[in-house]
Design a protein around this ligand. Structure first.
Ligand code: ADE
Ligand code: ZN
Length: 355
């Protein structure tokens, strides 16, 4: 199966693009499992674990999701984690997300988990890792969904604590594909985490980092040069630096962009003004992702569909590129990627023929 040609893509009318986006195989490369904790599940787990929440009901909690910046979100996100106590809680969280992702035709997901938001509460790897492993196995068996877990360290905490976290993860490394870096970007440059990323490299882990979400373009450069990352999470502020844009395009470094997150955290004013089309037009390997879908109002298909609805310049060729980029940028085995890309191409070839 060949990729649809530019002329074939050009024949696909814009009103068919939404259906193709929603129904095509895709990878989700930027989702925090703790960010998939829906208010309904927060209340159910609070009840199960005897935790009293400072909100009367689900609606009151949802109403609190009015963020002014990244930190205002993180404060609620870490508070939400407090209801996650037992192995069953972590399993229920992961399994609910995998079922939801499969409905969006996600075939590969590389979710982040934040060990330090659990170990700080006395909940160790022996509680959450078996749950994550079992949920991933069931997703593969029952949903045909391939899962690769990425351990993410919190950048507002000292590097020594990140190193301790990576050490604690060593018995579980058969089930972890990479190291990530998240949490408060301002004031916490990539250079703070040189040793932990060097150790991850020695351990054979993939490396990614949040950069250029609220932080400046220099943090994107630092993540590449100092941490040696293979993908940049967010990276939208790269557009402020023409030389960096040119480098990202030349190196084909994937950016895992999260449009609804960027709007909800006031990184961009609205979807109509999101710079994703500009990044894509510059030749950068952009992907669309959901970040923390329970907090930002949408899973991956919502991100794709709402962005395309808001941006008239986006059509079939951009839609195909975003889907294909997601599969190519994943850390899955080459044979799996080739199979998913062939399935994607078959779907888009058909659409081109019947247009
Ligand atoms: N942790 C969860 N979501 C995040 C985001 N968007 N940026 C940084 N850290 C995060
Ligand atoms: Zn994120």
């Amino acid at each position: 199966m060949f990729a649809p040609s530019p002329s074939q893509l050009a024949t696909i009318p814009r009103n068919r693009v939404a259906g193709l986006l929603a129904g095509s195989p895709k990878a989700e490369l930027h989702v925090h499992i703790e960010g998939t904790l829906e208010p309904e599940l927060i209340f159910a787990l609070a009840q199960r674990n005897g935790v009293t929440l400072p909100y009367a009901d689900v609606e009151a909690l949802r109403n609190a999701y009015a963020f002014t910046d990244l930190q205002s979100f993180l404060d609620l996100y870490y508070a939400g984690c407090d209801v996650l106590r037992t192995e069953q809680d972590f399993f229920d969280l992961a399994w609910a997300y995998f079922e939801r992702a499969a409905r969006d035709h996600v075939v590969r997901v590389e979710p982040f988990f934040d060990p330090q938001s659990h170990t700080a509460r006395g909940i160790g790897f022996a509680v959450f890792m078996p749950a994550f492993i079992q949920a991933a196995q069931r997703a593969q068996d029952e949903l045909g969904l391939s899962v690769g877990w990425i351990l993410s360290v919190l950048r507002h905490l000292p590097e020594d604590e990140a190193l301790q976290t990576l050490r604690a993860a060593e018995p579980w490394l058969d089930h972890i594909i990479g190291l990530g870096l998240d949490s408060s970007e301002r004031g916490n440059p990539p250079g703070k985490f040189v040793r932990v990323f060097a150790r991850a490299r020695q351990l054979g882990l993939h490396r990614v980092a949040h950069a250029g979400e609220e932080g400046p373009p220099e943090f994107v450069r630092g993540a590449l040069d100092v941490l040696g990352v293979e993908r940049i999470d967010h990276g939208v502020r790269a557009s402020e630096d023409a030389a960096l844009m040119e480098r990202l395009a030349r190196q084909q470094t994937p950016l895992t962009v999260c449009p609804l997150s960027n709007v909800r955290l006031c990184v961009v004013p609205d979807l109509a003004q999101h710079n994703l089309p500009q990044l894509l037009a510059a030749g950068i390997k952009v992907t669309v992702n959901s970040d923390d879908p329970a907090y930002f109002g949408g899973y991956v298909n919502d991100n794709l569909l709402q962005l395309f609805a808001a941006q008239p310049s986006l059509g079939a060729s951009q839609a195909y590129a975003l889907l294909r980029n997601s599969l190519e940028a994943s850390f899955a085995a080459d044979a799996d990627k080739a199979l998913w890309i062939a399935q994607l191409d078959a779907r888009w070839q058909d659409a081109g023929r019947v247009a």
